[in-house]
Design a protein around this ligand. Structure first.
Ligand code: ZN
Length: 330
């Protein structure tokens, strides 16, 4: 048995047809974890969908109404980049329920991983970039409402900036001091990682992403590390270490929400960084070691991953569970 729970449902599957987002990845990750003996059936917990009340902690009543009644405009549906259906709405409500459950189990066991979620491009009143509902924001607000946590830190390592996270928490985000430079960094001097500040509050948002990629407009996180094209494992890990250290010097979260996108991978169709599968596992280990050393519970969601070979995406996401197992074993 794993010393933590994996949150999963067959109904995480997104009914979006033939799409660059491999909607079957969730089931394939579950199957891989079982077939390789990393996990046992008893390690998995099935979530319930979030309630409308939960969703409304983050999203506007008008948007929720449109989703529930199928009345998005065609422009809104195009912007979401996934085809609307009643079943798709149910899958996103379930993803949000899964993240709430993962956050609760993280508080109990120090870590929990939802084999889904991480829809970090969803905004309060519209969806974009394959994201309808911001499951992580819903989980944070629900646990705050229940009095389980006061503060949270998002650590977003998807290759695309967490624009939904930044926008949703704009009013309650903590401002960061500038990041110290990484010694020996070979980042292009004309485009160094930049820091942008915001307001003081109960959230601290960190995003490490490729600068020259979607979304075009990147609303400010507490720490944005705008990485240049093509950086590899060593530099990426140095900047992640730097951002985590800097963030945790300034802010003590009750919960860390790690968005473990697989798309910084060098073979990703929608990414332009050069990380290896081994480097991505080291990334996961770094986040987990830092959280464990400081006794901060971590909930993990999976976000994007568009490797040319979907098996690589499955490997990267499965390795996140292996990394957690190695770091959090008693
Ligand atoms: Zn992504």
């Amino acid at each position: 048995m794993l010393p933590f729970k994996l949150i999963y449902s067959d109904r995480y599957y997104l009914p979006i047809g033939d799409h660059v987002f491999p909607a079957e990845k969730y089931r394939r990750i579950r199957d891989r974890l079982l077939s390789t003996g990393v996990a046992e059936p008893g390690d998995f917990v099935e979530p319930e969908p979030a309630t409308d009340q939960d969703i409304l902690l983050v999203h506007t009543p008008g948007y929720v109404q449109k989703l529930k009644t199928g009345t998005l405009s065609s422009r809104e549906e195009i912007e979401m980049e996934i085809p609307y259906s009643r079943e798709l709405v149910e899958a996103f409500w379930l993803a949000a329920g899964g993240s709430i459950l993962a956050a609760r189990h993280a508080l109990a066991d120090r870590i929990s991983i939802s084999i889904g979620g991480g829809f970090h491009h969803a905004h309060r009143d519209y969806g974009e970039g394959f994201c309808m509902i911001h499951d992580v924001a819903v989980a944070i607000r629900r646990l705050q409402r229940d009095g389980k946590i006061s503060t949270a830190m998002t650590v977003d390592c998807d290759v695309h900036q967490g624009n939904g996270t930044a926008a949703i928490f704009a009013g309650t985000r903590t401002q960061s001091a500038p990041l110290p430079s990484v010694s020996g960094s070979m980042l292009h001097p004309s485009r160094p990682p930049t820091m942008r500040g915001a307001h003081s509050g109960d959230l601290f948002t960190i995003s490490l992403h490729q600068h020259n990629n979607y979304p075009l407009y990147k609303p400010p996180s507490s720490i944005d590390v705008d990485l240049p094209d093509g950086i590899g494992d060593t530099e990426y890990l140095a900047w992640l270490d730097n951002a985590l250290s800097s963030g945790l010097r300034q802010f003590e979260p009750d919960l860390m929400c790690y968005i473990a996108g697989a798309d910084p991978y060098r073979e990703d169709q929608l990414g332009g960084l050069d990380l290896t599968i081994e480097g991505l596992k080291k990334r996961d280990e770094l986040v987990f070691r830092v959280a464990r050393a400081r006794d901060i519970p971590v909930m993990v969601t999976y976000a994007g991953g568009y490797a040319r070979d979907v098996e690589d995406t499955v490997t990267i996401h499965s390795n996140t569970v292996i990394a957690a197992k190695e770091v959090f074993q008693p």
